[in-house]
Design a protein around this ligand. Structure first.
Ligand SMILES: CC(C)(COP(=O)(O)OP(=O)(O)OC[C@H]1O[C@@H](n2cnc3c(N)ncnc32)[C@H](O)[C@@H]1OP(=O)(O)O)[C@@H](O)C(=O)NCCC(=O)NCCS
Length: 216
């Protein structure tokens, strides 16, 4: 969960075998996370979260828990075929939420470093917020490390507001976290109803909260 997700450790390297080491990134589409994505997601976890990365067991438990909904981003279109060939494309981003019947909590969001700053994180977050609206959640909540400028920028641009500071929330890093909240009681802004930017093709499906292992 974001509570355990302080962000990329300093000096994290992109040593992912499927990663495109170039500035240009193909368009992406969003789809539900499947069990066949586990290895790739765990690979990204290690790069993005270092010592705080989820293990296979943690990821499996998380996805099997009640009220979870996870999506991944994968490259699509002719550019993706040119880069990766006609076969399956590597997941380059993932995100998930937990809906408890009242509010939605963002559990994680991560983008392959080679694909960052191309709108993938924004599309993943948009899908989570849209899903939360569809679930009639009153708000979306999350925790983020106070020095995670990328994530703070992402959330603030999407309208999240800082509502509290949790001192020494992240251990052993001993870092504080902001709690952030997006109020969903107001009408949805027009911007959130249209998939754009990274070329997202939908919000990852319409399956309800709960295990999403093979929900494609
Ligand atoms: C946070 C993260 C998911 C953002 O993904 P991304 O695909 O690079 O983000 P986007 O390209 O969609 O950027 C959307 C907005 O976020 C903000 N943002 C993203 N990266 C930023 C950075 N490095 N510095 C400042 N703002 C940033 C900007 O406001 C950006 O809008 P703009 O491009 O119009 O300026 C990505 O940096 C990441 O995976 N970080 C490591 C894992 C992590 O910290 N997860 C969050 C845990 S709470």
């Amino acid at each position: 969960m974001t509570a355990d997700r302080p962000g990329a450790p300093a000096g994290a390297q992109t040593d992912l075998p499927h990663t495109v080491q170039q500035v240009y990134a193909p368009a992406c589409r969003l789809r539900p996370l499947r069990s066949t994505d586990f290895d790739r997601v765990l690979q990204l976890e290690r790069v993005l979260f270092g010592a705080g990365a989820w293990t296979f067991g943690m990821l499996a438990d998380e996805l099997a828990a009640l009220g979870r909904w996870y999506v991944v981003a994968e490259p699509t279109g002719p550019d993706a075929v040119a880069v990766y060939g006609p076969g399956p494309k590597p997941v380059v981003g993932y995100a998930g939420l937990w809906f408890d019947g009242d509010v939605a909590q963002i559990m994680t969001i991560g983008v392959d470093p080679a694909y960052q700053r191309h709108g993938v994180g924004r599309e993943l977050l948009r899908a989570l917020v849209e899903r939360s609206r569809n679930l009639r959640a009153g708000a979306v909540l999350l925790e983020v490390r106070v020095d995670n400028d990328a994530a703070l920028g992402l959330y603030e641009k999407a309208g999240f507001e800082r509502i509290g500071l949790r001192r020494r929330y992240y251990q052993p890093e001993d870092k504080d976290a902001f709690t952030m909240r997006l109020d969903l009681s107001a009408a949805a802004p027009a911007e959130e109803t249209a998939a754009e930017g990274a070329g997202a093709e939908g919000d990852g499906g319409d399956d309800g909260p709960g295990p999403v292992g093979d929900a494609a």
